[in-house]
Design a protein around this ligand. Structure first.
Ligand code: MRU
Length: 374
């Protein structure tokens, strides 16, 4: 029996309109999977708020959105008909504002710096032309991200264990475990970790074999249960959601052949920050002899940061932990510990998968060598 086609949904993000006077439209991820609603951002304040409340989230998608946010941020200066110096002042203020939206995903700072650098190289452009140039750069970042996702998918799928015949594991399935959402909702393309899983599923299906993706629900904001499971099921990938705390029990059954997650920032030595709960998954994977992979574009690498311990970790609102949705679940008077990310040390990572290839057993030297061609 074939499943009915998934209803259409707006893309994760898109620029509506021809020139810099357009609008950034985001798929509001706070409402998924129950409601599929597009959110129009007309100012950089709108983009700032959307990033902060996670209407758009995931490192690459945050970076692309911030780039478009800059285009919105210079709009008033453009309308006022001021000088290029006025335009540059507005650009600077907008970049500072957007940079304060979330601290951990380096793609945010990378995209803002890239857009500013491009304009600083063309100081003679008139404001209108400078705005067009800014929009062109944002579009290029979006396009490149899409291509990076596809390349990561191919590079990662090449790395996954081949299907023995029959595959050892109940149901004869290749079992792949992921955490949070590193899919199309987190990027301009098919995702990073999920791109690998989609590609593995595509190859398996073509070979008459089966893949099953196990998605951690990802407390406290349920990006796994709400977003990853939505993406996977819409594309016909067999999907099983589990409580984060069930991962060890699942790994102990032998049903998982690889763990693949994304990252928000990879330090120069290969340590990687990702959604809270990723680090224990890597520890558990080592315990059970299952390879643990991180898939991330080179725009997620921060070569200026020597070690993962230097990565700024976002601390989020206590209510996310003390409540379950709108329902208060914790006892009155209890406080919360709510870091949004943790850092997995490089020695627990079997390989970092990028759009350029694979860094097996990452070290500072191997990361530097990989990034050399940038
Ligand atoms: O808080 P979020 O939902 O933005 O966290 C996202 C993640 O941790 C993702 O795994 C990461 O950004 C990689 S997205 C390709």
């Amino acid at each position: 029996m074939t499943s009915p086609p998934a209803p259409t949904a707006p893309p994760t993000l898109r620029w509506i309109g021809e020139g810099p006077n357009g609008t950034l439209e985001l798929l509001d991820q706070t409402l998924l999977p129950g409601e599929v609603v597009a959110l129009a951002c007309r100012t950089d304040d709108d983009v700032f708020a959307a990033i902060r409340r996670l209407s758009v989230r995931g490192a690459p998608a945050i970076g692309v959105s911030a780039a478009y946010g800059l285009v919105l941020g210079v709009r008033d200066a453009l309308a006022a008909g001021g000088s290029r110096a006025d335009f540059d002042a507005a650009l600077h203020a907008s970049a500072e504002k957007l940079a304060a939206s979330r601290p951990t995903a380096v793609n945010l700072f990378w995209a803002l710096a890239r857009c500013r650098r491009v304009l600083s190289l063309e100081p003679d452009l008139a404001p209108q032309d400078a705005a067009e140039r800014l929009l062109a750069e944002a579009r290029t970042i979006e396009e490149e991200d899409r291509a990076m996702c596809a390349a990561i998918g191919r590079n990662g799928a090449d790395l996954l264990p081949d299907f023995p015949e029959p595959i050892d594991g109940p149901g004869g399935e290749l079992g792949l475990l992921t955490h949070c959402n590193a899919g199309g909702l987190a990027t301009a393309g098919d995702g990073t970790a999920l791109s690998v899983l989609f590609e593995a599923h595509r190859r398996a299906t073509a070979a008459g074999k089966r893949v099953r993706v196990y998605a951690d629900e990802t407390r406290p904001l349920l990006q796994g249960a709400r977003l990853t499971a939505w993406e996977l099921t819409r594309r016909g990938v067999p999907t099983t959601v589990l409580c984060d705390s069930a991962a060890a029990s699942l790994l102990a059954t032998g049903r998982v052949h690889a763990v693949v997650t994304g990252a928000d920032r990879v330090a120069a030595n290969g340590d990687a920050a990702n959604k809270i709960g990723t680090f224990p998954l890597a520890v558990m994977a080592q315990r059970f002899g299952v390879p643990f992979y991180i898939a991330a574009p080179t725009s997620t690498f921060d070569r200026d940061l020597p070690r993962g311990a230097d990565i700024p970790i976002e601390q989020r609102d206590a209510d996310e932990v003390l409540n379950y949705g709108a329902l208060r679940t914790a006892a009155d008077g209890a406080e919360a510990y709510n870091p949004a990310f943790d850092v997995t040390p490089a020695d627990l990572i079997a390989a970092l998968i990028t759009e350029r290839g694979v860094i097996e057993s990452p070290t500072a030297d191997a990361v530097a060598e990989h990034l050399k061609t940038a």
